[in-house]
Every structure is written in C-alpha cells, then in structure tokens.
Design a protein around this ligand. Structure first.
Ligand SMILES: NC(=O)c1ccc[n+]([C@@H]2O[C@H](COP(=O)([O-])OP(=O)(O)OC[C@H]3O[C@@H](n4cnc5c(N)ncnc54)[C@H](O)[C@@H]3O)[C@@H](O)[C@H]2O)c1
Length: 264
C-alpha cells in the first residue's frame, strides 16, 4: 500500500480521470478527497470510496479553495498530495469563442491550480513536504485545437516548474502529466455529434488506441509515490506516443523506405 495514511485531494474528481485517480489512490491506502464544483457528482464518487470526503469546491475561487484546505486539515490533519485536475474546454473556434468562455477555460485550468497551490504550500512546508501534480494536456505542448484551453495547459507547465524550483528545498515536488485523448465523460457531447470520434482519434496514436482514465491515474500514482522521489519540475506525456512523431508523414515523404509495421 504505497499511500497508507496519506491524504490526497483530487480536484474535478466528480467525473472522468479525477474520479478514477481518487479511487486508485484510495485502493492503495490513501484518504481520498473528492473535490468538485458539482457536489452531487462528488458525493456519488465518494459513496463508492470508503473513508473518502466529498467537498463542493470551485477552483476559480481562492475562498472556496481555502475552505477546502481547512476542511481537509480538520478531517485528516493535512494534505500530502494535491492533484490539480479540474478543467473546462470550450469547443468554440478561435474567432468565435466568447470572452467569458476564454476567461472560464483560463480560470478553471490555470488560475485554479495557481490558487490551489497558494493555499496548499504553506501547510506542506509546515508538515515537511508534499507533492503537487498538475493534469496538463498534449494541447499544452503542441497544437490540437481549443486555443483558450491550450493556453491554460501551457501556462500550467510553467506553474509546475515555478513550484518545483521554488519549493524543492521544502521537500515539495511538483510535476505534470500531459494526456492525449482519454475516454471520459468530457467527450460525451462530441460523441453525440460523431459516434465514431474515438475510433477516428485512435488512428493518430502510435499505440493504436486512445487512453483510458486508468492510464493517466497510473502515471499520477507513480509521480506521487516515493519511486519518483528525485523527479520534480517535469511534464510526463501520457499520450500513447502521439507527441513522439508521425509515421504517416514519414511514409508520405519517403514511401520507398516503408516497412511492414503491423498496422496495414
Ligand atoms: N479526456 C481527455 O481526453 C483529456 C485529454 C487531455 C487532458 N485531459 C485533462 O484531464 C483532466 C480531467 O479531464 P476529464 O476528461 O476527466 O474531464 P471531465 O469533464 O470528465 O471532468 C472534469 C471535472 O471537473 C469539474 N469541474 C469543472 N469546473 C470546475 C471548477 N470550477 N471547480 C471544480 N471542479 C470543476 C467538473 O464538474 C468535472 O467533474 C482535465 O484537466 C483535462 O483537461 C483530459
């Protein structure tokens, strides 16, 4: 049990990657805090995790985040791991996205982790250390659409390095993961528009499939664990190889070099 006695807050864990991550931490002994703006969703997840705590938290509000940290202190005596996972992503195009949608994607995806880290760091320093993990995206490293969301995710990588460098001597580690397409509720709307969207996305992945929430959760558990004790300030793509290159392009520009690769 890698996380016995440890307390882990996962924001946005009423759904998707966050919910699976909270469940896996709890399965390895952690006290899981399910923090979500959708309290009924948080309660549903918490109901299936014995000993967990559901909280209604809006990560765009520093006041709400302060109340979260105090509630966790009262219930569990402090926070060992904070996972900044909540995000929103407008589907509007660059020229049509409304100012309030840009503000929301930046507020939830970037300002939220900023404020949450401000709230959590003093207690971690006092307790002798901790781990902050940020759930980024391949969109923070390369272009895949959703400009406001992508800007938030790129900023999140800068925040990851800032915290890692500034608080390393306080035994606080800070790292990020950058998932590619992951099958979660987030995609429900797009799947209604195009039921084949996952199959289409899978074609772009060198490993031949899109991700499952557990793929990301496993990476987060590793980065939170003592096995990652000397890793800080990094971003780990969890993307089935997406960012590593493009075989279709390599073949298109030099077809004579093509070799069977099992994907025909
Ligand atoms: N699913 C993917 O394909 C994918 C790909 C790359 C990165 N990610 C990242 O993974 C993380 C989780 O994504 P997901 O697919 O599980 O999403 P999801 O939509 O299933 O879950 C997001 C959760 O965040 C909560 N939330 C939204 N605004 C909030 C706020 N202001 N305060 C607190 N909670 C709030 C929602 O209520 C929801 O429960 C996000 O950071 C997302 O950007 C997802």
């Amino acid at each position: 049990m890698r996380f016995s006695g440890k307390t882990v807050i996962v924001t946005g864990s009423g759904s998707g990657i966050g919910a699976v991550t909270a469940r896996r931490f709890a399965a390895e002994g952690a006290n899981a805090v399910i923090a979500d703006i959708d309290f009924s969703a948080a309660e549903r997840v918490a109901a299936s995790i014995p000993g967990s705590l559901a909280l209604e938290v809006d990560v765009t509000s520093r006041k709400s985040l302060g109340a979260m940290v105090r509630a966790v202190d009262t219930r569990f005596g402090g926070t060992d791991v904070l996972i900044n996972n909540a995000a929103t992503c407008s589907d509007a195009s660059f020229l049509q996205i409304a100012p309030e949608e840009v503000e929301r994607d930046l507020a939830v995806g970037l300002m939220g982790p900023f404020f949450a880290s401000q709230e959590i760091v003093p207690g971690m320093i006092e307790r002798g250390g901790g781990v902050i993990l940020n759930v980024g995206s391949v969109n923070g490293l390369s272009y895949f659409g959703n400009e406001a969301y992508s800007a938030a995710k790129a900023g999140l990588l800068s925040l990851t390095r800032s915290i890692a460098i500034q608080y390393g001597r306080n035994n606080i580690r800070c790292n990020a993961v950058a998932p590619g397409t992951v099958a979660t509720e987030y995609w429900d709307h797009r799947r209604e528009l195009d039921p084949l969207v996952f199959e289409k996305a899978a074609q772009w992945y060198p490993l031949g499939r899109i991700g499952e929430p557990a793929d990301v959760a496993d990476a987060l558990l590793f980065l939170a664990s003592d096995a990652a004790a000397w890793i800080t300030g990094v971003v780990l793509p969890v993307d089935g190889g997406l960012l590593s290159g493009n075989l279709a392009m390599a073949r298109a520009v030099a077809p004579e070099r093509s070799e069977p690769s099992g994907d025909a």
